[in-house]
Write a protein that binds this ligand. Structure first.
Ligand SMILES: Cc1cc2nc3c(=O)[nH]c(=O)nc-3n(C[C@H](O)[C@H](O)[C@H](O)COP(=O)(O)OP(=O)(O)OC[C@H]3O[C@@H](n4cnc5c(N)ncnc54)[C@H](O)[C@@H]3O)c2cc1C
Length: 461
């Protein structure tokens, strides 16, 4: 149904929409326009809730013809606030969330607005899976376009390593399907190059079998030595096991002794894709690092074990600064640096998140996709919450920057999906020169006017 609020600025409304145009005066405008991170004070001129691909075409054409800034919004997890706009149009694809599964052929089409959990939930009865990240509500399109690093990365590769095809609407309003043989340069660029090349409307994934799974949360006390030992165990583990270790102060949790609150812990998420006997062998080195403070790692359904429901999460909009980098090794010395920074910080919550890469993700050639950091061993995210004031934000940002400098081991790269609004040099850091130059060529071909610029932008010129 074409529902257009009388308060809408007529110049902003794409003609002929089947979906809804949400205007600033509409009662649900704020709710529909809010994204995950707080502190992004943008007020769009309007939000298009696309009901179908035709709406996407109409919106792209309208934005191009009227010189409007166009932000694309799927799951709303952009660290940089790119899925909203000040005064421009937000094209919200959340209603394009249909899922078609070919269980025998082990493939699925997912609408660009589906969340990771919607797809995982639909796949679970078939014992099939695609690897995404650590957030249930991330949009499949946002995470996939940047690469996709998560709980199954060492076994299944990045999310992009499971992509067979994209359907998208290009800057000139054409609807195309791209895969390894159709528009192969575009297919290469979309696997890591972000939202620079068009509006993705559907993604076709290769599905992997998920017959047995063991995983969940393991909490260990954090010291320089336990942090180093965790990283060493994650590196030595069979690739069926992927881990994400958050070194952070313990929040109040019912299963932790009250005197642990505020002390540094390793909040480890461990995921083993395979039979439980093998999982137990792979997990033993982690359990031997120190007496676990909590151990919920057990056989069960992947999507339930790794993405527990968090009531109220949709109303939680953290104010945080962060920085992403790659490291080569984390021994006791680096462990001590990590502990030192986390101990001295005054932020109510701060974290060093460590993801040991390798396995299937590391076997893909760096130039096979636009995610080129295949040989970088450890992905690190440093983050601190701030209190909402510009002063505290700047202070926490300095802490994050100093922390990153102290951990710098000479890898200039960064992962595009974890970059905030950090300027063009940091976008370039996500892509080594050869990748960057090739991305720019593809950008020149598919979006020479840079219509899709509200993103980690690859400038055409
Ligand atoms: C709490 C949290 C946890 C995270 N964990 C992980 C993780 O474990 N692993 C990981 O790899 N990443 C992770 N991320 C980063 C996340 O993958 C990126 O922020 C991703 O871009 C979010 O996608 P989205 O669709 O939810 O976000 P949105 O904010 O809706 O979109 C982000 C950007 O993606 C592009 N985009 C989205 N949809 C489309 C589309 N249909 N067509 C074209 N462009 C589009 C646009 O440029 C848009 O600005 C996390 C982020 C958060 C906030």
């Amino acid at each position: 149904m074409n529902t257009i609020s009388p308060s809408a600025d007529a110049n902003l409304v794409p003609p002929g929409l089947a979906g809804r145009f949400v205007a600033p005066a509409d009662s649900d405008f704020k709710k529909l326009g809010t994204i995950v991170y707080g502190g992004m004070d943008a007020t769009p001129g309007g939000i298009v809730r696309a009901a179908n691909v035709d709406d996407v075409v109409r919106t792209v054409n309208h934005a191009r013809q009227h010189g409007l800034e166009l932000a694309i919004r799927s799951g709303g997890h952009s660290n940089a606030g790119h899925s909203t706009s000040n005064g421009g149009l937000v094209l919200d694809v959340r209603d394009l969330n249909g899922i078609e599964i070919d269980a025998d052929g082990r493939t699925a089409w997912a609408g660009a607005g589906a969340t990771a959990m919607q797809l995982l939930d639909a796949l679970a009865p078939h014992q099939l899976v695609v690897g995404f990240g650590d957030a249930a509500t991330v949009g499949v399109s946002g995470i996939t376009l940047g690469g996709g690093v998560g709980y199954l990365t060492r076994k299944l590769g990045l999310t992009i390593d499971s992509v067979l095809a994209f359907e998208l609407v290009t800057a000139d309003g054409e609807t195309i399907t791209t895969d390894a043989t159709h528009h192969p340069d575009l297919f290469w660029a979309l696997r890591g190059g972000g939202g620079n090349f068009g509006v993705v409307t559907r993604i076709r994934y290769r599905l992997s079998p998920l017959e047995h799974f063991t995983g969940g949360l393991l909490i260990l006390p954090a010291t320089a030595e336990t942090v180093a030992a965790f990283v060493a165990a994650a590196d030595a583990a069979p690739e069926e096991l992927s881990t994400i270790a958050n070194i952070m102060p313990a929040p109040p949790m019912p299963f932790l002794p009250p005197d642990m609150v505020g002390k540094l812990i390793i909040f480890g998420m461990l995921a083993y894709l395979g039979p439980d006997d093998d999982a137990q062998r792979a997990l033993a080195p982690f359990r031997a690092i120190a007496r676990p403070l909590a151990d919920f790692v057990k056989p069960g359904a992947y999507h339930k074990a790794m993405f527990p429901e968090m009531p109220g999460a949709e109303d939680y909009h953290p104010l945080a600064v962060s920085l992403n980098l790659f490291m080569d090794h984390i021994g006791p010395e680096e462990g001590a640096t990590i502990m030192g920074y986390l101990e001295e910080s005054t932020a109510p919550m701060r974290v060093a998140q460590l993801r040991v890469m390798g396995g299937a993700a590391g076997r893909v050639a760096p130039d096979a996709t636009a995610y080129a950091h295949r040989n970088s061993r450890i992905m690190v995210n440093l983050a601190a919450f701030y209190d909402g004031s510009a002063e505290d934000k700047a202070k926490q940002q300095r802490w994050v920057d100093d922390f990153a400098a102290a951990l710098d081991q000479g890898d200039p790269g960064a992962y595009v999906n974890f970059i905030g609004d950090e300027g063009p040099d940091r976008v370039h850091a996500a892509y080594p020169d050869a990748t960057w130059n090739r991305l720019r060529q593809v950008k020149r071909q598919y979006d020479p006017q840079n219509l899709f610029r509200r993103n980690h932008n690859i400038p055409p010129a």
